[in-house]
Design a binder for this molecule. Structure first.
Ligand code: ZN
Length: 311
């Protein structure tokens, strides 16, 4: 039987993948269209992106199902395709590894609204949508469920509970932090800091605590978040920072941190104890390839250092 993701990363860090959204745009998806529907309409393009990540050295691939909950798909008139879109998402990600071992992480993004009393959605609707998506992803063979880009503990908790309900072998909770205006710290849009998030995730039974995306959260800020998680929780940590700051160029949002710039943050993150390192918006297979060689070099070096100490 395959070793669970949360167990394997306790002995060695694994490499995640890079952005999906910005890669789908490069492959021709128009802003505002439903990228998850491409699992059914353009599976070869989704596979092409994920295969490039696998070839760059990713050990874990996220399914293209960020907006694959019933609530999100309903906005594109695709609510009747929840099952098919999520099933295909798992199959394509698995296929990307081309038969070699790898972890398929079933991706669940925010439901994209506010719950009562601030918004129009009831807790039951959100819970139901998360449970449905998590169940399809688990039944289709996802090795883990990732509840990502979360900003509120209420929605995060619903997601973790849904993954648990679905029988996920591994549950990852991932928060999106924004650096504060004065630059002194970072917290989510809803005011949650990493310590509170980690405690909440641990209390509700997550197996891995994570951060992704956000504003101003570069490799160095991700390293700080990893350290803060590690101080209050003994769970493994996953980090997926963006390729720098979003910039508006000719009415398009771009992220322009190069692989060479971003890779400088890899060793500090490994030293901080990151257990899965990937990247979010703006990153590409080239970024992941650079991460792979930096990680391999570091891991080989640390084995050598360890052996020297033993001698
Ligand atoms: Zn992102």
């Amino acid at each position: 039987m395959k070793e669970r993701l949360q167990d394997v990363i306790r002995s060695r860090p694994l490499l995640g993948d890079g952005a999906m959204g910005t890669q789908l745009m490069l492959a021709g998806l128009e802003q505002g269209n439903c990228g998850e529907a491409w699992n059914l309409t353009h599976p070869e393009r989704v596979l092409g992106i994920q295969r490039r990540y696998a070839e760059a050295g990713s050990d874990c691939i996220l399914t293209n199902t960020f907006g694959g909950s019933r609530i999100m798909l309903n906005r594109h008139g695709n609510a009747d395709r929840v099952v098919a879109i999520n099933q295909a998402g798992v199959a394509i990600a698995r296929d990307a590894f081309g038969g070699r071992p790898g972890y398929v992480i079933g991706d669940i993004g925010p439901f994209g609204g506010l719950m009562e009393p601030y918004g129009d959605f009831t807790e039951d609707q959100v819970r139901g949508a998360f449970e449905e998506q998590a169940r399809v992803l688990v039944e289709a063979g996802a090795d883990a469920i990732l509840i990502e880009t979360q900003t509120s503990l209420e929605e995060l908790t619903l997601g973790i509970q849904a993954a648990k309900q679905a029988g996920a072998a591994c549950i990852i909770g991932s928060m999106a932090y924004d650096v504060t205006l004065d630059g002194s710290t970072f917290r989510t849009m809803m005011g949650i800091d990493p310590e509170r998030a980690a405690r909440c995730m641990q209390e509700h039974g997550a197996d891995i605590v994570a951060l992704n995306c956000g504003t101003g959260m570069d490799m160095e800020r991700a390293r700080q978040a990893v350290s803060r998680y590690k101080r209050v929780s003994n769970l493994p940590v996953m980090a997926q920072p963006n390729a720098g700051q979003p910039k508006l160029v000719e009415m398009k949002v771009i992220y322009d941190e190069t692989p060479q710039q971003m890779v400088r943050g890899v060793v500090p993150l490994l030293e901080a104890g990151v257990n899965i390192l990937g990247a979010c918006c703006g990153s590409s297979p080239d970024h992941i390839r650079a991460f792979r060689s930096a990680m391999d070099e570091y891991l080989t070096g640390s084995v050598a250092r360890h052996e020297n100490q033993v001698v």
